[in-house]
Write a protein that binds this ligand. Sequence first.
Ligand code: XMP
Length: 517
Amino acid sequence: MTDRILIIDFGSQVTQLIARRVRESGVYSEIHPFNKVTAESLAAFAPKGVILSGGPASVTETHTPRADDAVFALGVPVLGICYGQQTMCAQLGGKVEAGDHREFGRAYLDVVEDCALFHGVWAKGGREQVWMSHGDRVTALPPGFRVVGLSEGAPFAAIADDRRHFYGVQFHPEVVHTPHGAKLLENFTHHVAGCRGDWTMHAFKGQAIEAVRRQVGKGRVICGLSGGVDSSVVAGLLHEAIGDQLTCVFVDHGLMRLGEADEVVSVFRDRFNIRLVHKDASELFLGKLAGKTDPEEKRKIIGATFIDVFEEEAQKVGGADFLAQGTLYPDVIESVSFIGGPSVTIKSHHNVGGLPERMNMKLVEPLRELFKDEVRALGRELGLPETMVGRHPFPGPGLAIRIPGQEITRDKLDILRRADAIYLEEIRNAGLYDAIWQAFAVLLPVRTVGVMGDSRSYDYACALRAVTSTDGMTADFYPFPHEFLGRVANRIINEVKGINRVTYDITSKPPGTIEWE
Ligand code: XMP
């Protein structure tokens, strides 16, 4: 079995980063909510080490989260981070107090002793930058511990019990603002816990293929392909696992970007030789969207029509036993919420409109354990083209929500597609594509006057949008140089008939959203 690290979540905003850092060091890790961890679940998961996350509660209050005592009796190394360090100390006989020396943001750690956690990066006598976010602090160590680092606000900012291999840090090694944090976590997983670091995408691919074969047997699987990263990787993986037992259905709603539909067909049908149903349903979608201008109404029409067409095409190929979905790890992590006490919520927004129940299919979700960047790495491992695995997110309703406040017509879609393609081409040429979360053009519901040559023009205005983000929940506009924007605007106005004015959207999210509707 692959060496694994268990991360016990106490509700920190950055718990997912711990898992990502651990996985980046080649060690498989999972996040489990603190209230689901028991002696039995620990034995079943069999971790080589346990990390206790931070969290918003205070150990000084009763009825706040604790780690199951079985964690400390398991005989494996434990690393407590922030709240995790505090609860470990409180549970093992130390003391935690509410401090008046709150530390938020950048702080400095004085390394007062050498320690296995610091191996190869920090030495006794050093002063190192770390990132803190705490009010409470440990004020007395449990028996067996020694202090190895201190900060202005925390006399026990890094502690170690070398015999039991228990470690604690008040700062957050998982965030980039602790510059050597990733190395400290690697020291814990590799040096202290003895993990081999052999969890690679190559290894994952082999395991995932075996798992799909076991689950599916001789059954038939259907997979909705959209051209996005997740569904493309699912399709590639399933094809490698079960070949012709897989049929992909690509419902082409006619709202894709320039050349996108052709690329899906050429990659999956022609290159990978996957059984692919390409249903050009653009007439149907555009017919149903005729005269509609309200964003939510458009979304509903597109969603419902998609389900109908998908089901019809799936029936035509004889149905299937399984529906494949690109559910990712962030969608399945049970989050710890403290509103009204610990509770558990599971997001399920990837479920395609109740189709599995409607068609009596079971789900195949081979990406359930992966973060987005890992999905991309798997896509590369499967030989998918870079343009596909590195692609920006694209909304399900496609260009329909980028023609805001107006009726969607083929003409408008063509104009928008050409402007969007020029914009993206220039972004790629400037080497900026990967620095941007999402970039696109929006066709505005306004015509403006211009002069072109000797004549007056009266054409559409278009807005360009580009944002940086880590998860789409918050976003900043991308600060393009003016000269770049000028070049794109010139090209669009010269090359796209129907647009005579270009603006750049400098709204952040919040208060704006990424899309215009
Ligand atoms: P907003 O516009 O809400 O978008 O800031 C956040 C992210 O979600 C995408 N998005 C959608 N994706 N169906 C989707 O599948 C939708 O209706 C939809 N609306 C927005 C958006 O592109 C961004 O990545």
